[in-house]
Every structure is written in structure tokens, then in C-alpha cells.
Write a protein that binds this ligand. Structure first.
Ligand SMILES: *Cc1c(COP(=O)(O)O)cnc(C)c1O
Length: 362
């Protein structure tokens, strides 16, 4: 991903905003964070948006807020995809809760609703949904399960800004709360770290706001044991400038995905599912190949960089040793075969065509 080409489009606006920012003399929780929280809540269709320092904090603080509110307790079980970026699982562990890993549906890469039901015990209190690679998980089926079993539903929306279902509901507005990341390479990326929580629950929103700012509502009155996890004013300023272009960027991502899908004819390459509904905003275009090392090497030699999201599944990471005895064959198979092709909104059709020709000659 050529991040420079993505951000240089806003060069003039960024510079003008920075001059204003410098003159304001207000560098923490100023007008830009306020404006972004309003803008992004409106964009997602939620009542509230609370800025945080990054995506992992957004997810962690959601769980901590539920603990403060007495709706979750240490040791409660949270169902989470086995096939995810480790952050989803760390947020649960850092909150003192127990992640229960569940296999994905092999085609969508997202958590399998039927396997969620199998994993529910008397200690299960929440489901964390991840819209992996930008494709909405089966939110309708998962909503039914969470209502039936009275479970909280939390979305990890770090890869799915702007993804929308058939009824026009956007990622971040399906569950009880959602955690976004604005890491530079995300579909809406800052020029540094950033994140936020979206929710329609006022009590939860208030607690999250407190927890992210030292547990305080008014200066130097600390009501709960909080953190310092605020969205930075400068990053909010960049995000306010970029947000109006999120939909057109996502549209361009879908166009590129379509070009890849129509163009790649090699039977050695398994393509991702393509939906017209926008429920996939192609944070990544992930294909699967049997001989991954040779494939990556071939593209590399021909000047095409690829990344593997992700090479080692969370339960096989040293950091999560306590889960290493578990076996998730689908997750493990996915991790062994996936490769992300270049896809970002400023790629030209010619760039994509060149890659397609290389792939078909493989
Ligand atoms: C990027 C990402 C996160 C974490 O975001 P940070 O801002 O890097 O902390 C969480 N979950 C998923 C699925 C991600 O891709």
C-alpha cells in the first residue's frame, strides 16, 4: 500500500488545518476531536462516538466499561473468532475476561454463526464480531444468537469502516458497541495512531468517555480507575478532512476488487467472495494459494509486494501460549494459504492490470 499517494491528495487541506491548529493553542480534546466524534457518529448512524488513542484501546475500554457498569465480571467468557488479528483477543484478555475462540466459515473468513452456538456455556456473556478484511460478518444470524442467549455483542470494526448491509446499516451500528482503529493503513486512516468507540447506549458512552480520560468527567475528580487513551487533536484534524472521502475510497476499493476478480483467471489462485452490496469494503484483497512461498517470491521478483494477513494464528503465537493446546484446523489452513494483493484507493487500473497479467502468467 502506497500510503503517501493516499495522503498527498489532502496535502493542501492538511497544511491549512495545521496552521489553524498551531494558532489555537489547544492541543488535547479540542474542537477537532469534538467535531470528529459528531461527524463519525453521524457517518455510522450511531448516537455516540468517543475517540480513543488506538483501536486496541477502543475495544479494551468497551469491556472495561461493561465491567465498571456491572454487566460483565472478571472471568466471564467472550466468544471471539479464532481467525482474527490478535488485537481482538488481547482486548478481552487485558480486561480480565476469558476469550473463547471459534472457527470461521472458510469462504468468508469470518466467524461461523453455527459454531458460535456450540461454544456458548453458562459463563458466556458476550460475542465479539470481527469484520475481517472489510467484509461484514453474518451480523443478522449473530444478532439472533445474542438475543436468544442474552449476550452482549461487540464489533471489532478496525477493518470495515463504511461497510454496509442490505438494509443500509453500517459497521459500528450492529452490536452494543464497536471499536474502530484509524491506524494509517485502515480504510479511514490517520497519520499516526487513533481509534474510537461507537454505540447507541448513553450510559456506556459516558463510562467509556470517563475511562479514556483518567476516569474523570470534570477536571481532577476521578470517579473510576481510568486510562489515558484520548484521540489526539492533530489526528482528529486529519480524520475530519479525510472522512468525506471514505465512501468514494471504498467505492474505488470495490472497483479494484472487481477488476481483480474478473481479470484473474489462474486456477492456482482462490479468489475472495465479491458482493455488490458494499458489505465488503476490501480493506484487504486476500487470495489463497497452495504454494505460498513460491507465489510470494514470484511476485516479489516481478516488483509486486504482498503481505500476509496473518502468518501465525493467534492461538499459535507465543504470547497466547495458554491456548496453544487448542486445534482450529480451518483457521490454521487459512493462515497457511492467504496472501493479500496490493489494493488501495489510489492504485490505477493500469497498476491492477499489470498485476493481473503477472498472476495469470504464474
Ligand atoms: C488494526 C486492528 C486492530 C487494532 O488497531 P490499532 O489501532 O492498531 O490498535 C484491532 N483489530 C483488528 C481486526 C485490526 O485490524
Amino acid at each position: 500500500m502506497d500510503l503517501h499517494s493516499v495522503n498527498v491528495r489532502f496535502d493542501k487541506e492538511f497544511r491549512a488545518a495545521y496552521v489553524k491548529f498551531l494558532a489555537s493553542g489547544r492541543y488535547i480534546l479540542g474542537d477537532e476531536v469534538d467535531a470528529f466524534e459528531t461527524n463519525f457518529a453521524n457517518y455510522c448512524g450511531t448516537k455516540f462516538c468517543i475517540g480513543t488513542a488506538n483501536g486496541l484501546d477502543a475495544l479494551t475500554i468497551i469491556f472495561k466499561a461493561y465491567i465498571e457498569l456491572g454487566l460483565l465480571q472478571k472471568g466471564d467468557e467472550v466468544i471471539v473468532p479464532a481467525n482474527t488479528y490478535i488485537a481482538s483477543i488481547l482486548a478481552i484478555i487485558h480486561s480480565g475476561l476469558n476469550p473463547v475462540l471459534v472457527e470461521p466459515d472458510e469462504k468468508s473468513f469470518n466467524i461461523s454463526p453455527t459454531k458460535i452456538e456450540d461454544a456458548i456455556t453458562w459463563k458466556t456473556r458476550a460475542i465479539m464480531v470481527v469484520h475481517l478484511y472489510g467484509q461484514l460478518a453474518d451480523v443478522e444470524a449473530i444478532k439472533k444468537i445474542s438475543i436468544k442467549h442474552n449476550l452482549l455483542s461487540i464489533e471489532d470494526t478496525a477493518q470495515a469502516h463504511g461497510a454496509v448491509n442490505g438494509e443500509g446499516i453500517k459497521a459500528g451500528n450492529f452490536g452494543d458497541a464497536a471499536g474502530f482503529s484509524f491506524y494509517p493503513s485502515k480504510n479511514l486512516g490517520a497519520l499516526g495512531d487513533g481509534g474510537c468507540v461507537t454505540t447507541n447506549n448513553k450510559e456506556l458512552a459516558n463510562m467509556i468517555r470517563k475511562l479514556s480520560n483518567y476516569g474523570t468527567d470534570s477536571k481532577y475528580v476521578n470517579e473510576v480507575k481510568g486510562f489515558n487513551s484520548r484521540l489526539d487533536e492533530i489526528q482528529a484534524m486529519f480524520l475530519n478532512i479525510k472522512l468525506p472521502f471514505l465512501d468514494s475510497d471504498n467505492k474505488r476499493r470495490i472497483e479494484i476488487a472487481k477488476q481483480y476478480t474478473l481479470g484473474i483467471t489462474s486456477l492456482k489462485i482462490l479468489l475472495p467472495s465479491l458482493s455488490e452490496k458494499g458489505n465488503h469494503v476490501f480493506h484487504q484483497f486476500v487470495v489463497r494459494v497452495k504454494d505460498r512461498d513460491a507465489f510470494v517470491d514470484y511476485l516479489n521478483r516481478n516488483g509486486v509486494e504482498t503481505i500476509i494477513h496473518y502468518p501465525i494464528p493467534p492461538h499459535k503465537q507465543k504470547a497466547l501460549e495458554e491456548f496453544s493446546y487448542l486445534s482450529f484446523p480451518i483457521t490454521e489452513k487459512i493462515h497457511k494459504t492467504v496472501v493479500s494483493l496490493p489494493l488501495y484507493p489510489t492504485m490505477t487500473n493500469q497498476d491492477v492490470q499489470t498485476i493481473i497479467e503477472l498472476l495469470n502468467a504464474y
